[in-house]
Design a protein around this ligand. Structure first.
Ligand SMILES: CC(C)(COP(=O)(O)OP(=O)(O)OC[C@H]1O[C@@H](n2cnc3c(N)ncnc32)[C@H](O)[C@@H]1OP(=O)(O)O)[C@@H](O)C(=O)NCCC(=O)NCCS
Length: 175
């Protein structure tokens, strides 16, 4: 198993079409269906990076700003941004396309966290991520504070230990 892997090695693209069974009564894609696709495309990227079984540990807040209509073609792109010990943050971008109308919009961006596990479900170490492009470097650098936010919110980290978060909110200790 390599100790380091390029971010691009985990790049994954999944294309789906919104069919009648995927929609709500307004003929738009159901939120839960989109979350299922996000989970699948992100899990594949995490597997490519770790060459392991992976489980979803968390999904950051997803807001549904733009509806995706029946018949649209949905492209989901995912890539691991950074790994820690056993966990990996995955960035996902969603593009909805009305092909007959020649319209394409970016509808969602999300971050999911996966943990690589062994056959008994025990977390196992994963390779480091090597970012190359400016976007990969930006995602890599931001991953530490997003991880701390998740761990504080899930009560796995004490707020006072979230050093990266404190620095962005400029929270200095009182004198
Ligand atoms: C995710 C899971 C493997 C973590 O196991 P654990 O015994 O808590 O293990 P640890 O405390 O050693 O944590 C392992 C890693 O998970 C990360 N993690 C755990 N919960 C997390 C959360 N809510 N958000 C982000 N990362 C999380 C930890 O930070 C740690 O990362 P690191 O190894 O890179 O430092 C375990 O909680 C699990 O199996 N959950 C169910 C997963 C599942 O079934 N998902 C599908 C949902 S239906």
């Amino acid at each position: 198993m390599p100790k380091k892997k390029f971010a691009k090695e985990s790049a994954t693209i999944m294309t789906e079409m919104v069919l009648p069974n995927d929609t709500n009564t307004l003929n738009n894609l159901m939120g839960g269906k989109l979350m299922h696709w996000l989970d699948v495309v992100a899990a594949i990227a995490a597997q490519k990076h770790s060459n392991r079984i992976v489980v979803t540990a968390s999904a950051d807040s997803i807001s549904f700003k733009e509806p995706i209509a029946l018949g649209n073609v949905v492209t989901l792109k995912s890539q691991v941004t950074r790994s820690f010990n056993s966990s990996m943050e995955v960035f996902i971008e969603v593009i909805a396309e009305d092909i007959p109308a020649n319209k394409k919009i970016m509808t969602h961006r999300a971050f999911f966290t996966f943990v690589a596990v062994d056959q008994n479900g025990k977390p196992i170490e994963v390779p480091e991520v090597v970012p190359e492009t400016p976007e990969e470097i930006e995602h890599f650098e931001g991953a530490l504070r997003r991880r701390q936010l998740r761990l504080v919110l899930s009560k796995r980290m004490k707020p006072e230990d979230a050093v990266e978060l404190k620095s962005i909110f400029n929270l200095t200790e009182p004198k």
